[in-house]
Design a protein around this ligand. Structure first.
Ligand code: SF4
Length: 288
């Protein structure tokens, strides 16, 4: 790791200029609000307090979140509500499919909360969602961002049987911080999930947050581990503290450092790389 890149990190006092987002709105944004509300859907854009929401929604795109809006895990970086989830809405697959059609999405991104309370972790519902979206939108590329299903490959296979085009599962952080940052998840289990996804023939995608105090060497090691698991698509973005109850930002990583990571990922053979302060797994997913 070149010393110059370490120097490109800055302290946490005040949000730097490159993280300030312009507020947008407009007709497309209003239409997304209406489609989401009328179909009773949830989005990670809202639940995760994503800084890109105004930007994405004004470009008439959003990431749907299925299986409810209450997660059974309590990750320290994530703003999604935790607790006892409500029953699954059996009409949700059709509602998501309709929303994708109404928004005219050529590339739909769908994620979910983690449902450790369900015997199948929600795998059958996931399959129904992907199948419904494809049936109504045969020309739309379907990208899913899935939980780890406890590393159970039989459950993963239920989702993979619906043949989503891109299957993401986020490593989120480097190995050292995984127990502190993610709830119940294990670094090696996530790599196993990704290995299984890649072996299925789907494009395997993963994402890392930086700014939690990890070293560049640790990020590069995580990249190596992801490549070894067969992951070909990667996103890297700045961690932002969603509320005071969540982990604090340790550092704001500079755009120059993100460019270093982008190049390092490309050098390692990732064919799709998205690296920047405001990059999220689903940000500009249609372009990556
Ligand atoms: S980056 Fe993803 S989660 Fe954030 S607003 Fe855009 S589509 Fe939604």
């Amino acid at each position: 790791m070149p010393e110059t890149c370490e120097k490109n990190k800055v302290g946490v006092k005040g949000k730097p200029e490159w993280l300030k987002v312009r507020i947008k709105g407009g007709e497309a944004h209003g239409e997304v609000v209406r489609i989401v509300e009328e179909n009773g859907l949830h989005t990670i854009c809202e639940s995760g307090r994503c800084p890109n929401k105004a930007d994405c929604w004004s470009r008439k795109t959003a990431t749907f979140m299925v299986l409810g809006e209450i997660c059974t895990r309590t990750c320290k970086f994530c703003a999604t509500n935790s607790g006892k989830p409500l029953p699954i809405d059996p009409a949700e697959p059709e509602k998501v499919a309709s929303a994708v059609a109404l928004m005219g999405l050529k590339h739909a991104v769908i994620t979910s909360v983690t449902r450790d309370d369900l015997a199948d972790g929600g795998a059958e519902h996931w399959r129904a969602v992907v199948e419904a979206v494809r049936a109504k939108n045969p020309n739309t590329k379907i990208e899913v961002l899935i939980p780890d299903f406890g590393g159970n490959v039989a459950l993963l296979d239920i989702v993979l049987a619906a043949r989503p085009d891109i299957v993401g599962h986020n490593l989120e952080t480097v190995k050292r911080f995984t127990p502190e940052v993610r709830s119940r998840a294990r670094y090696d289990v996530s790599l196993g999930v990704l290995r299984h996804i890649a072996a299925s023939g789907a494009v395997a995608k993963s994402g890392l947050m930086v700014g939690l105090g990890e070293t560049a060497e640790e990020v590069l090691t995580a990249m190596d581990d992801l490549r070894e698991a067969g992951v070909s698509s990667i996103t890297l973005g700045q961690y932002l503290q969603p509320t005071r109850a969540h982990l604090q930002v340790v550092e704001y990583v500079t755009p120059a450092m993100f460019e270093f990571y982008r190049q390092a990922a490309a050098d390692r053979g990732f064919t799709r790389v998205s690296s920047g302060p405001l990059v999220r797994s689903s940000y500009m997913a249609d372009a990556s």
